[in-house]
Design a protein around this ligand. Structure first.
Ligand code: ADP
Ligand code: MG
Length: 534
């Protein structure tokens, strides 16, 4: 007999038994003959039922053992009202109650006081009953009152008719996981390096505050975007290729070492970074974590240091040269003057040609002397004589001497300096040199004449001086402040190097804005309080 025709067999038997009962008084021979057959069939039914029940019993037993033995999870059941009806070893371990203590108690005793007051346990019951399943994380209490961070899944149990007859709850203690995650989170949030997580497709999925600061994008702007948006060419185009190759060959390009490359800010400024990339996760869910350090400041400082070193070594040579060349140059200069006098005495010989030649010699000597002076200015042991100084006086002194000369070159000078500027603490002689160099460059940028404007104003904590011209502009791509950078056939390339050195000693700044063909403005700022300048 198989399980399928069991119901029919039982039905037939029932009919036969009813029939027997009905005619209980009348013992017909035929009926008596049926009895052993009925009993035999009954036995068979009972045997079939016993056999059928066994696997069910076994299964229930297996589940019971599984639940009992599971000590990592608290697994227990509630009746529809929320009272505990079963309790496993994991529940005892995690929550601290033994089965006999807790069975029959309401599950709200697992919640902190505050949650009980706001009715959270009841809400959870309702939600689980309504949705069939409810999952959440939060603080729960142990028997001894201590807290743990719980991950809870609650499932409503219903019979076939849909009647609720309780809830199964599975609770895990994930306090440690939460603590680690919180520590990691605060580390990522506070580190000064940019931390960026990238998924397998190279899309950004974590962008920490340092990354926002360094790159200038907000998290929302980059979330889900290709990481290439943070890279300049050629890295950007090559990047997909790197990931592909790495996935194919396992041959790392950036992973596991620190590389110096360039990155791009939102402002499209390209800047130097150091980057190291680590793999997170497994094959399925591979992620990359990039640690990025903005080294632009360091690179700039290094550049300045190198520049200083270069100037210092130039300086030693220059000091020797200045001495070795300076004396004979003086000698020649004197000789030329003497020669001029001698020739003047013998009028006859002093024709135009000779005068022109002498002039030229004198001019060349002046040029050489200037070159030597600029060398000396750069290399001289820099001592600054700081005194209360009027910027107005400095500028006026320089222009008083130069304006006449500039006029002959077709350059018109405009001076806009308020008379009530606060005094600076500065070396006025050095400042004159600065103003002179800037004006000289401006005039030299206007071979066909133009306007030189010198403006000064008080911008609060500092004074600003602007020197503007209407000249040719500064070609892009050259570092005009570097020593020996010049675009002029007879330039020394030292003027701005000297200027910068002086400004730095005054803790000021010097910037410029230039439009080719229209002109250039140099802006100099000097702090009004110079107390700490040395
Ligand atoms: P030099 O004047 O001897 O060339 P500087 O250090 O004074 O050296 O200037 C360096 C270079 O900067 C110049 O050769 C020129 O190309 C550029 N420059 C400086 N000032 C100006 C300006 N006002 N307009 C255009 N170019 C300028
Ligand atoms: Mg110059």
């Amino acid at each position: 007999m198989s399980d399928q025709n069991l119901p029919r067999t039982i039905e037939t038997l029932q009919r036969k038994i009813t029939d027997l009962r009905k005619h209980a008084g009348q013992h017909s021979e035929q009926r008596c003959a049926e009895l052993p057959q009925i009993i035999e069939e009954l036995n068979r039914v009972i045997e079939t039922l016993r056999l059928a029940e066994q696997p069910l019993q076994n299964q229930a037993e297996h589940y019971r053992l599984l639940v009992e033995g599971c000590t990592d999870y608290a697994i227990f059941m509630l009746d529809p009202g929320g009272n505990v009806v079963s309790w496993n070893a994991g529940a005892e371990r995690i929550k601290g109650y033994r089965a006999e203590e807790i069975i029959g108690k309401h599950f709200s005793c697992f919640y902190p006081q505050q949650d009980v007051e706001t009715g959270k346990p009841d809400q959870v019951l309702h939600m689980a009953a309504a949705m069939g399943r409810h999952q959440d994380e939060g603080w729960r209490l142990r028997k001894d009152g201590s807290r743990f961070w719980a991950n809870v899944v609650m499932t409503a149990l219903r019979n076939e008719a849909g009647q609720l007859h309780g809830f199964a709850k599975v609770t895990r203690d994930v306090t440690e996981r939460r603590r680690v995650a919180a520590r990691l989170r605060s580390l990522i949030d506070t580190t000064q390096d940019a931390v960026i997580f990238i998924d397998r497709q190279g899309r950004i999925d974590l962008f920490n505050p340092a990354a926002e600061r360094i790159f200038g994008y907000t998290r929302a702007e980059v979330q889900g975007q290709k990481v290439q948006m943070l890279m300049p060419e050629p890295y950007a185009s090559e990047h997909d290729g790197y990931i592909e190759r790495y996935k194919r060959t396992g041959e790392p390009h950036a992973i596991g070492r620190i590389r110096s490359v360039a990155a791009r800010r939102k402002s499209s400024e390209v800047f130097p970074i150091e980057i190291s990339v680590a793999e997170l996760g497994d094959d399925e869910d591979m992620r990359y974590a990039a640690l990025v350090r903005d080294v632009s400041e360091r690179v700039k400082l290094q550049g300045q240091l190198l520049e200083r070193e270069r100037l210092a070594s130039v300086g030693t040579t220059a000091a020797i040269l200045a001495h070795e060349i300076g004396s004979p140059l003086n000698g020649i200069s004197l000789a030329v003057q003497l020669l001029e006098k001698q020739l003047t005495k013998q009028h006859a010989l002093l024709d135009d040609k000779v005068t022109a030649l002498l002039d030229r010699i004198a001019r060349e000597i002046r040029r050489l002397t200037l070159l030597l002076d600029e060398y000396r200015a750069l290399t001289r042991d820099q001592r600054f004589d700081l005194q209360p100084t009027s910027l107005m006086t400095v500028v006026t002194d320089v222009l008083a001497v130069e304006t006449q000369h500039y006029a002959t070159l077709g350059v018109h000078v405009e001076q806009e300096i308020p008379s009530d500027l606060p005094l600076l603490v500065a070396d006025s002689h050095k400042l004159k040199q600065v103003v002179l160099n800037l004006c000289k460059n401006a005039v030299e940028a206007m071979p066909d004449g133009g306007t030189l404007t010198v403006r000064a104003y008080d911008s609060g904590r500092q004074l600003c001086l602007e020197v503007s011209d209407t000249g040719v502009g500064i070609p892009a791509g050259i570092d005009i402040f570097a020593a020996f950078t010049t675009t002029k056939p007879h330039g020394t390339g030292l003027g701005l190097a000297v200027v910068r050195q002086i400004i730095e000693a005054h803790k000021g700044t010097l910037t410029y804005h230039s439009v080719p063909g229209q002109g250039t403005t140099f802006t100099l700022t000097l702090p009004i309080s110079q107390s700490e300048t040395g």
